[in-house]
Design a protein around this ligand. Structure first.
Ligand code: KG4
Ligand code: ZN
Length: 335
């Protein structure tokens, strides 16, 4: 039995989690509201906020789990990719704790952790994906189709050549002045809208790769042209625009995923990352899954966006393999 403390500070959420083997005992996230004012994450402010939050968040996670630092068996932290200044806060904190407590330090890749979030267990009945499986990882920074052969062997077979899917949501929301992050707002407004009200350009790109920059331009032009005729166009069509944009993004994501699943004859399909919190995305996976005879895994919403439980599960797999790192480990910004 092992207690693993997970620490995630790659972007604008300070998170600490404690796992008892693969079972969650605490998973706390301190969101940084400050970035809403700026319509996006301001790296310098993010790292400062991490410094303020890291001690109280870890302390609360321990209290919630009913443990003290002496009970911990290892510390797992996000090494990258992410914002360097933010990653440094979590990395330095994890190093100091590991040194003070003389327990192993484990570095975890943020993207691997999103994919491994499916192995976090809530109870004994929680099913987990088998290997190999395909994971559609769609977040604010990345969009990839990953062939997951084991927790340590993952092959990216498709990736975005420009914007990530989450970025497509966020940039579309920015055009409509809906605030940041835009994904959850579009998700909410889309529930009242018609997904067929507007049509946008869909990318024509070969293989399993994605592209979202053309969609952004197409949205921008449609809105600009209509605003000339009616200055209240956005206001009047907010729900329909949201539903149509969301529908297009989900369609784009699903097309390549279906193609890859068919070509590789893989029927275990998972989704991960912030965009997997999207209602239409979750629906599309389960509906398509039923049609195609897939076994699908859709993470609980708390494990879709950035969280430390996924870092701790990544750490747990490495703990079992005694795959530890030294105190000289440094974070990396790009994957
Ligand atoms: O995985 P994540 O928390 O951070 C990164 O590693 O990037 O993903 C954040 C992204 C943002 O772009 C956000 O707008 C998007 O996930 N997102 C959503 C939803 N919730 C978060 N996009 C669409 N619908 C949602 N419900
Ligand atoms: Zn993430």
């Amino acid at each position: 039995m092992a207690y693993i403390l997970g620490i995630e500070t790659s972007c604008d959420d300070t998170s600490a989690a404690i796992l008892e083997n693969e079972y969650v005992r605490a998973n706390l996230i301190a969101n940084q509201k400050i970035h809403e004012t700026y319509g996006g994450v301001v790296p310098e402010l993010a790292s400062r906020a991490h410094q303020q939050s890291i001690v109280p968040v870890v302390d609360s996670a321990l209290k919630q789990a009913g443990l003290t630092v002496r009970d911990l068996d290892a510390i797992a932290f996000t090494r990258g990719p992410g914002l360097l200044g933010s990653l440094l806060v979590g990395t330095s904190f994890a190093k100091s704790m590991s040194m003070a407590l003389s327990i192993p330090l484990i570095e975890v890749n943020h993207l691997d952790a999103h994919i491994l979030s499916h192995f976090i267990k809530e109870n004994d009945e929680s099913p987990v994906p088998d290997f190999p499986h395909l994971c559609l990882l769609a977040s604010g920074g990345h969009t990839q189709i990953v062939l997951v052969k084991s927790p340590f062997d993952m092959e990216v077979i498709g990736r975005t050549i420009d914007d990530a899917a989450g970025e497509a949501f966020d940039k579309s929301a920015k055009i409509m002045d809906l605030g940041y992050p835009g994904g959850p707002v579009i998700d909410r407004l889309a529930k009242e809208g018609n997904p067929n009200a507007f049509t946008f350009a869909e990318p024509r790109i070969s293989g399993y790769d994605y592209s979202f920059s053309g969609l952004k331009t197409s949205i921008l032009y449609l809105i600009r042209d209509n605003l000339r005729k009616d200055p209240d166009f956005i206001e009047k069509n907010r729900n329909d625009l949201s539903a149509s944009i969301q529908d297009t993004i989900v369609k784009i994501l699903m097309q390549k995923l279906c193609l890859a699943a068919k070509d590789l004859s893989i029927k275990t399909i998972t989704i991960a990352g912030g965009v997997s919190a999207n209602s239409a995305m979750r629906n599309a996976i389960s509906e398509t899954g039923k049609k195609m005879g897939w076994t699908t895994f859709i993470p609980p919403r708390e494990y879709t966006t950035d969280n430390a439980a996924m870092i701790a599960i990544g750490g747990y797999f490495k703990y079992l393999n005694k795959d530890f790192c030294g105190l000289d480990v440094v974070p990396f910004a790009r994957g």
